[in-house]
Design a protein around this ligand. Structure first.
Ligand code: PMP
Ligand code: GLU
Length: 394
């Protein structure tokens, strides 16, 4: 009996979540696993945000919320977009969702027809490709190189465009490479799009504040791109609020209203207490959470220094987010502890089993030569993890 749909059978399991689950399982069996697989800050949600949530409970925020978010939250998002990104949205253009993941899913479901192509510069965040496929779209991967800091060049973009191209999805700062597109680089991509007025851009800016070089640029800041860019953001990363599940978009009105419509049929509005807390988070100055960014910066230096001492690891210098994405392909074909490593998945599995360190294979991000290591872990854990990796590869 075929219980499941072809659609679900063709969907991959999220590799980041799968690896985190595997690490959890091994820990329950008593193994001392260091988890560097999941992209989630190891900080607690700041107290001023927790206090706002407690207040919301006491103030009896317990009913269904407006599908696209409380008006006060939409206003806080509008102010945030203006303050941090110089973008002018109105309430009709904002939709609050259950995490940026749902925001991305909404976009794909309201914009894609079967066979529409979505350009994904590789490496891309793990769920982009499957969200696109689940909604009938066709992911078109654009391979980038470590020499180009894993960024798509204008000529690569031009070459990937076909009459079926509907959208481009990218994240900056990028998960998994940490690359940050400069204003000049984004302008050069926008210039290519001038010849293709029907192509939309999904700009995933969830790591906006975790940027070590400054100068965050949003594609929608260019006047000629504003009407065809959907800006995605959320509070999971900058505010250490992964479990609160709040993401949001600023988008052209027709797209935002369509997202509101689908959300109304699928989940209704996002959690009421979390929304109230996020009002407080977004109204605060980003300076209030800078201490986490400062710590990530110290850890970045630490992990890059330690990894540079391992033979066969080749890294770009990430400018944001909290990942390193080393090319480990020099190990392919080698035998370690009697195990032959043929690809990045086998390499990540080898590290899990022989170093007790959980990472994620680059295949999941569209780059089969790399693995992703999250450094959202304490400095001691990072040191111990790299020590174990070094020993397991020796
Ligand atoms: N985009 C990127 C690039 C991410 O790394 C994540 C990680 N969770 C998301 C979107 C989704 O974030 P969330 O659903 O937690 O808001
Ligand atoms: N975005 C995080 C990551 O890439 C969280 C896991 C997920 O949502 O897939 O690890």
């Amino acid at each position: 009996m075929n219980q499941l749909s072809d659609r679900i059978n063709s969907l991959s399991t999220s590799a980041t979540l799968a690896m985190a689950a595997k690490a959890r399982e091994l820990r329950e069996e008593g193994k001392d696993i260091i988890g560097l697989s999941l992209g989630e800050p190891d900080f607690n949600t700041p107290d001023f945000i927790k206090d706002a949530a407690k207040q919301a409970v006491d103030d009896n925020y317990n009913s269904y919320t407006p599908v696209d978010g409380y008006a006060e939250l939409k206003d806080a998002i509008i102010t945030k977009f203006k303050r941090d990104n110089q973008l002018e949205y109105n309430r009709q253009q904002i939709v609050v969702s259950t995490g940026a993941k749902q925001s991305l899913y909404n976009i794909a479901s309201v914009m894609l027809n079967d066979g529409d192509e979505v350009i994904l510069p590789c490496p891309y965040w793990v769920s982009y490709s499957d969200i696109v496929k689940l909604n009938g779209g066709v992911p078109v991967e654009v391979k980038t190189s470590i020499e180009d800091d894993f960024k798509m060049t204008p000529s690569q973009l031009e070459a990937a465009i076909t009459p079926k191209t509907k959208m481009i999805w990218y994240s900056s700062p990028c998960n998994p490479s940490g690359s940050v597109y400069s204003k000049t680089e984004l302008r050069a991509l926008a210039d290519v799009l001038q010849k293709h007025p029907n192509i939309y851009v999904v700009s995933d800016e969830i790591y906006e504040h975790i940027n070590f070089i400054g100068g965050h640029c949003s594609m929608a800041q260019f006047d000629d791109m504003f009407e065809r860019t959907i800006t995605v953001n959320g509070v999971s990363k900058a505010f250490a609020m992964t479990g609160w599940r709040i993401g949001y978009i600023g988008a052209p009105k027709t797209i935002a209203r369509a997202c509101n419509k689908i959300q109304g049929q699928v989940t209704s509005g996002a959690n009421c207490i979390a929304q109230r807390a996020v009002i407080t988070a977004l109204e605060a100055s980003p300076e209030k959470v800078q201490y986490m960014v400062d710590e990530f910066k110290v850890r970045r230096k630490l992990i890059l220094g330690l990894l540079s001492e391992i033979e066969g690891f080749s890294c770009n210098e990430p400018e944001g987010a909290f990942y390193v994405f080393p090319d480990i392909s020099s190990y392919f074909g080698k035998t370690l502890n009697g195990i032959t490593i043929n690809n990045a998945s086998e390499f990540a599995m080898y590290l899990l089993e022989h170093a007790n360190v959980a990472t994620v294979t680059g295949d999941a991000f569209g780059n089969p030569n790399c693995i992703r290591i999250s450094y959202a872990a304490s400095q001691d854990q990072i040191k111990e993890a790299v020590k174990r990796i070094t020993e397991a590869l020796d």
